[in-house]
Write a protein that binds this ligand. Structure first.
Ligand code: SF4
Ligand code: SF4
Ligand code: FES
Length: 492
């Protein structure tokens, strides 16, 4: 550890870290473009210039390690002048694009121009452009606008140092230098859209989110990806009950600054018709819309004489939902089963190690710890004959639940109850009661990831229609069953 002084504030920091990181200890931001804490240092943009007392020239903060006793000035007239000059250089060729650029509102180049740039430029006449390169798909998810690039190389270093796939490189020379892919080799690795996060301008954007919404019109909620058991930390971008995007939320111990493409765009699965009201099968075999009390009546009737009850929990449930399911199952004497599909594997890099996601759901570890590890394999393959009530906590408990043979086997139970959010799920059509349940973005709770880390997810907006969280559904059914068994005593 060493003591350094930054803009008159004395702080103790680890020896050898760079000035940008050290300044954070004094709560001082050093503007920078090319530096990224998880990529190599290249000292390329010169935006991070600082004054180090005793050194004649300004130094690049990203490439200057601190030593005990150093005195650094981030904000004084000399540094400010250099920073303004650097902004002027960077903007010589940058288009006046902010009004039609998707990065606007969260763009370091825009923010620094506004905060540290000069109001005027001495180079207003001619801007270099890259004809035909202003909306180039360079991979399945990434669209490039080369006119907006400031040649910081973050995207190139991401592909070289994190995914090791090297799809991106500089081509040509000098003022004509362009970032691009090699002929016939698109930017198509499993984390390709991360280049749009590291890009400090609107040069790289995702095909999925482009022009979908102005970022300042979105609300952002901290959550955890439910694509696999890595449990990457995310911000969910949403507005009025609609999901717009997932972005990485930095957690050095899990996903650092990254997300895989599968997880990042997995919110698209919720772009479907939702189950918004309960449905109950009538005596003439019609699955019709019902009220919650009609659905609860149908369920309590089914449980009255049921001797053999089975429940299939889901690795998509939160720990809290699993605990409510287990309490309910204990009350009705149900045998609880749970399974998880395998996936990938998906590689995700924390700051220090690679993690390997192998389960296609976020919380098998948490749920199985609460409800046990008995598998429903026999029900899926041999059938649910002899079961009086089969309770499926989530129509999505496995991809196999869409297989007609599996559906036919589950339907062999005398009475079938399903929690479902997807109105197109084929299990809905065969159930006796369908209960509208919440999606990931409508839940509060916790998941346990592959490192045994318990992580919080938060609801972005209220459930759609009459949907309820699984835990609330179990509470309502338990209440209805209690009333059925112990009817309120009338004093009349
Ligand atoms: S495309 Fe973006 S990340 Fe890549 S070099 Fe240009 S500005 Fe930097
Ligand atoms: S690695 Fe898993 S948890 Fe992380 S973003 Fe991908 S699917 Fe989501
Ligand atoms: S951040 Fe230091 S030179 Fe770019």
């Amino acid at each position: 550890m060493g003591k350094i002084t930054i803009d008159g504030i004395e702080v103790e920091v680890q020896d050898g870290i760079n000035v940008i990181e050290a300044a954070k200890a004094a709560d001082i931001h050093v503007p920078h473009f090319c530096y990224h804490p998880s990529l190599s240092v290249v000292g390329q943009c010169r935006m991070c210039l600082v004054e180090v007392e005793g050194m004649p020239k300004l130094q690049a903060g990203c490439a200057t390690p601190v030593r005990d006793g150093m005195k650094i000035n981030v904000w004084n007239e000399r540094v400010d002048k250099a920073r303004k000059g650097q902004m002027e250089f960077l903007l010589i060729n940058h288009p006046l694009d902010c009004p039609i650029c998707d990065k606007a509102g969260e763009c370091p180049l825009q923010d620094y121009s506004f905060n540290y740039g000069s109001v005027t430029s001495r180079y207003g006449e001619f801007k270099r452009t890259y004809p035909g390169m202003d909306r180039t798909p360079i991979g399945p998810h990434v669209v490039q606008n080369m006119n907006r690039c400031i040649h910081c190389t973050r995207c190139i270093r991401f592909c070289a140092e994190i995914t090791n796939t090297n799809e991106l490189a500089f081509f040509k020379r000098g003022a004509s230098t362009e970032v691009g892919v090699f002929a016939g080799v698109p930017l198509d690795n499993w984390m390709s859209a991360c280049v749009t996060d590291v890009c400090p301008t609107g040069a790289l954007t995702t095909r999925e989110f482009r022009f979908e919404s102005r970022v300042w019109n979105l609300d952002s909620t901290d959550s955890v990806c439910n694509g696999c058991d890595v449990g990457c930390n995310i911000f969910i971008g949403h507005r009025t009950g609609q999901l717009f995007r997932y972005r990485p939320r930095v957690n050095p111990d899990v996903n650092d600054h990254w997300l895989c493409d599968y997880g990042r765009f997995s919110y698209e699965r919720y772009d479907t018709d939702r189950v918004v009201v309960p449905k109950v099968r009538t005596e003439d075999d019609y699955l019709g819309i019902a009220t919650w009390s009609e659905a609860l009546d149908a369920i309590t009737n089914a449980f009255i004489d049921a001797k053999n009850v089975a429940m299939i929990a889901s690795a998509n449930m939160t720990n809290e939902e699993a605990a409510a399911a287990k309490a309910f199952a204990d009350e009705v004497g149900a045998n609880v089963l749970v399974m998880v599909d395998s996936i990938g594997p998906i590689k995700m890099k924390s700051r220090t190690e690679w993690l390997l996601g192998t389960q296609a759901a976020p919380n098998y570890r948490g749920v199985s710890r609460i409800v046990g590890e008995k598998s429903p394999e026999d029900l899926l393959t041999k059938g649910a004959e002899g079961i009086d009530v089969l309770y499926l906590c989530d129509a999505e408990f496995s991809d196999r639940a869409k297989d007609p043979a599996v559906i036919a086997n589950l339907r062999k139970a005398k009475f079938l109850i399903v929690h479902s959010w997807d109105a197109t799920h084929p299990l809905n059509d065969v159930a006796d009661v369908v209960l509208p349940s919440t999606i990931h973005a409508e839940k509060d709770g916790t998941f346990v990831n592959l490192q045994d880390r318990e992580q919080q997810i938060s609801a972005c907006y209220p459930p759609k229609g009459q949907a309820l969280g699984d835990d609330e559904i179990f509470r309502r059914i338990q209440h209805a069953l209690t009333e059925e068994r112990e009817p309120a005593v009338s004093n009349a």
